[in-house]
Design a protein around this ligand. Structure first.
Ligand code: SAM
Length: 193
């Protein structure tokens, strides 16, 4: 089955969770991963779907066995295990999965394809909080959005002491998307890490 068909089927069965009828395009995959390569490994990806960003991360030099892929959809998780057998694929809710520490160690980057804008504040908070607990100092969280505004509320940013920067507009995607990078406003001290 083609990725477009499996994506459309997944969207039909849960439009809110899948949030798009087609996988992201190559321009968005290149944009959201452009600051990530070997030095950022291990890398955590949230909501990889069919693995468009995963493939690009590997293309950028992130070793497959240093990727943690967290995907709620069972069919997508099976497809990811077949496609990226050396990666760690967790079929789980991102907030729950991020409450643990991963064997591969602290990540240099988290890449998210989650529909975070439409999530309740408590869920968005848990995802970002868990992500930053799994990131090493200086690590960054990357998120795309189809919205014109920042996909994370001011409340969540302030509670977690995060800075949001829009790093790119990808007009070549359908629909066009913006890419945000979230980082800690102040570097964490050793005992907070
Ligand atoms: C908009 S799609 C993005 C897929 C892929 N990253 C892309 O850009 O083509 C959202 C993905 O997030 C997954 N997802 C949604 N909510 C989730 C959650 N709470 N935990 C883990 N995955 C989730 C969906 O199953 C879907 O694969």
């Amino acid at each position: 089955m083609s990725d477009t068909v499996s994506f459309f089927r997944a969207w039909m069965s849960n439009p809110l969770r899948v949030a798009s009828i087609v996988p992201s395009g190559q321009a968005l995959a290149e944009g959201i991963t452009r600051e990530i390569g070997f030095d950022q490994a291990p890398v955590i990806e949230l909501g990889p779907g069919t693995g468009v960003f995963t493939r690009q991360l590997m293309e950028n030099g992130v070793p497959e066995d240093r990727l943690v892929l967290i995907e709620y959809g069972a069919n997508f998780a099976t497809l990811l295990r077949n496609r990226f057998p050396k990666s760690t694929v967790l079929q789980a809710d991102a907030a729950a999965a991020l409450s643990q520490q991963f064997k591969v160690g602290k990540a240099g980057a988290v890449v998210s394809g989650l529909p975070i804008l439409s999530m309740p504040t408590r869920q968005a908070f848990a995802i970002l909080d868990g992500a930053f607990r799994n990131l090493r100092p200086g690590g960054a969280f990357y998120q795309f959005t189809y919205s014109l505004r920042c996909p994370v509320s001011r409340y969540v940013l302030d509670q977690l002491d995060l800075k949001a920067q829009r790093i790119s507009w990808v007009l070549a995607n359908v629909p066009p998307a913006q890419i945000y990078r979230f980082t800690k406003r102040r570097p964490r001290s050793a005992e907070q890490v």
